[in-house]
Design a binder for this molecule. Sequence first.
Ligand SMILES: Cc1cc2nc3c(=O)[nH]c(=O)nc-3n(C[C@H](O)[C@H](O)[C@H](O)COP(=O)(O)OP(=O)(O)OC[C@H]3O[C@@H](n4cnc5c(N)ncnc54)[C@H](O)[C@@H]3O)c2cc1C
Length: 495
Amino acid sequence: MGKDDVIIVGGGLAGLECGAILSKEGFKVTVLEQSHKSGGFFQSFTRNGYSIDSSVHYVGSLDKGELLYDIFKYLGILENIRLSRMNPLGFDNIHINDEVFPLAMGHEQFCESLSERFPREKNDIKAYTDILKNIGTGTKNTVQSSAGISGEGMNYLSVGAYDEIERLLKNNKLCKVVSGNSIIYGGDRQMTPFYVHAITNNSYLEGSYRFSGGAEQVTKALEGKIAENGGVVRCGARVTKIITIDNKAGGVELEGGEVIVSKYVVSSLHPSLTLNLIDDNNAIRSVFRNRITSLKNSYGLFCLYLIMKEGAFPYLNENHFIFNEGRNTKSNKLPPDNGIIVTMQVPSDGGNSAEVVSLMRPMYFSEVERWSNTKVGNRGEDYLEFKERVSDEMIAIAESRFPGFKSSIASKYSATPLTFRDYLSAPEGSAYGIMKNYNSPLSTLIQPKSKIENLFLSGQSLNLHGVMGVTITALMTCYEILGTDYLSGKIFEKR
Ligand SMILES: Cc1cc2nc3c(=O)[nH]c(=O)nc-3n(C[C@H](O)[C@H](O)[C@H](O)COP(=O)(O)OP(=O)(O)OC[C@H]3O[C@@H](n4cnc5c(N)ncnc54)[C@H](O)[C@@H]3O)c2cc1C
């Protein structure tokens, strides 16, 4: 039985960031991760000698002075990660039928280049861009003082993304263009607040980067910092119980029965998983429990990872979102069915040929539910056939825009929501956790301070998903433990 200051449950981005911050500030930290390696959605795997990023492919707000830059600088990991700036003239490219619309980096450039394609909508585009910028600036300022959502952000939390886009931009095609990358935030017409659309897009406008040498550098760098600060990241350590005594957290129990006592427990898991771990059923009111477990999770993603033949296909320093037919604007999904993302990893040899390409498309759990009682590697022939069929459809969409794509593929691997469910315990393989809902915005915002003393929450389901959202959430969690003024002063150099 050990005694720590802080036990962190879950070694994904949120858990590692909380671990790095708290250990830097002098806490004795142990991060407990159930898998054989840390990183959660952020991890990579190796096939045929290539390191393949399972999920994270690009990050925003990493230009000097932007939010993520400041926080990574404080964590001391900027020098450990090699970044590659994406194409400033079009980091995301939206393909609608035969047309391609690049989204340029930087607010002015974004506005100008889009206005060239939609000259009559110039004023509307400017107004739209200004709102994105205001929401981003508001968030940046708020994060420095409380890490909650800014007043501006709160206003847009109760407004539907697509309703607001249509109100601001009017032109139907232009609306499709600016919402064309909505798969990156699990866009859903019935639920997604404009705030989520705005904050995600604004962050990419503020400097989009890929990881040169793989996304896993970030989690490795965070692990390194935790170790440097005297903390520990233990993999293969599945937490089965959060121990509470008199409504106060006191440690955890691991699979196998080991107990670790600690003053604080931070759980970075999906909130419904955290609730299941709490040993005292009476500690959490059933109203809260019911509220959390009834919240809807985002859809999952089908990921097709492709290793390309050497020198066969050019490396594209930008993402492509391809929709081959007129969209049904009444669809629940933003984007609609049969749209895919084509994204690439920076070639390991620094060359101009693509090595690893990922194709992704939204996938609801219902599409794989019939195999929900099966385990990784043993799901049966029909599951393999299903994956093959979906993969072929996605490759055909990519081929339609990039002739020669299909024949450039050397080998392929795929993951469905079941893969993420089974490796990471993500409920129903959801890609981004609990969805924000503009119809009842406050019900989907979960605070990092729990009703149980010394038990704190973190992770993508609280505030926002993605590297930036999760980093802000980790900060909110650590503000609760260390004090907002103290920590924000250290990060944002007010002192
Ligand atoms: C396919 C895909 C592509 C994405 N692309 C991007 C992108 O390009 N850019 C971007 O910014 N974001 C992207 N995201 C989102 C981003 O990956 C996530 O928002 C973020 O990584 C979530 O981090 P987290 O720590 O909250 O959760 P997780 O990564 O899920 O971490 C939770 C960890 O807890 C562990 N765990 C669960 N139960 C237990 C237990 N009982 N005991 C111990 N450990 C446990 C899990 O194994 C996991 O490691 C993508 C997501 C997906 C699915």
